[in-house]
Write a protein that binds this ligand. Sequence first.
Ligand code: IPM
Ligand code: MN
Length: 355
Amino acid sequence: MKNNEYLITVLKGDGIGPEVIDESLKVLNAICNVFNYNLKFQYEYIGGNAIEKFGISLPKKTIDNSLKSNAILLGSIGDPKYNINCNDTPENGLLKLRSVMGTYCNIRPIKIYNNLAEKSCIKHNLIKNVDFIIYRELTGGIYFGEKKYDKEYAYDTCTYTYNEIERISHIAFRNAFKRKKQITLIDKANVLSTSKLWRNVVSNIAEKYYSDIKVNYMFIDNAAMQMIINPQQFDIILTDNMFGDILSDEASALVGSLGLLPSSSIGNNIAIYEPVHGSYPEAAGKNIANPIGSILSAAMMLYDFKLYKGYNAILSSVQNSIDNNIVTQDINSNSSYMTYDIGDYISNYIINNFK
Ligand code: IPM
Ligand code: MN
């Protein structure tokens, strides 16, 4: 890699995916223009549109080309046309991509914009300054265990190995040093064997390597309540695949809109950057989707590339658009700004203020 040169695989996906990705690309182009980064893009298929075109939710070409690139920028997948009776679904494609890329650690930052606090369904005094990160295990657990589905009988199995828990825990602990030195492990260790193993692994490595980090243990049912009544207590949440999926949607209600949340999924080598929201098929093609989750995911990619100037420029430009109420209707129901207006505003702001 020379001169900040990176090849990015763009997977626009289904529903609102293409619309939000287009705004991220607009913003990244502005960033490249200002900071002289050399980002190259290649486009591939995943999800419903891949089934449509190639008869499979994750074509081999998507995998092969993704493996040759430095990162994956993903929009969203999902299409109600594919249901339980289909043998391939858009969701299969995403899960397989995560698995093949080995992105076992999904990072979902939850940060309140204080001037949006009144949009939240939680009282202002409870959510102001809320700032935590969910570390969700992404390639194991009940999502990937043996399954069976018959008309009269079905099961899913949840399995974890010591190593699967240990590797994501190290990432969460290392990041805890940069923050409040506090981790909350969320599990159901009063009932589930896998949760007992999570507790055991986390307490072992905490004792052995991270004696400066304070570890709290919380059951998932209690945690779901604590997130509503006292979200300020959290700094780093560490949890398994299923609990992390549920808690991250719950956390979006604190922020005011699921459309605002970004994520990165890291692991072996090539990371995936995608918003937390889904494909929102009802909104597809209407240009009303909020592109901020996707734009901030692109910013997380720049951070991981150590392109910190670009990362900071996107963060402050997003903050500026929110401060000036340049937002989509999910945040302000009276707003007439469309998806592309947000990307235009942010990319113009970058050009005008950072060049
Ligand atoms: C997410 C999504 C996915 C998941 C779905 C689309 C398979 O909800 O990224 O949170 O459950 O992981
Ligand atoms: Mn989810």
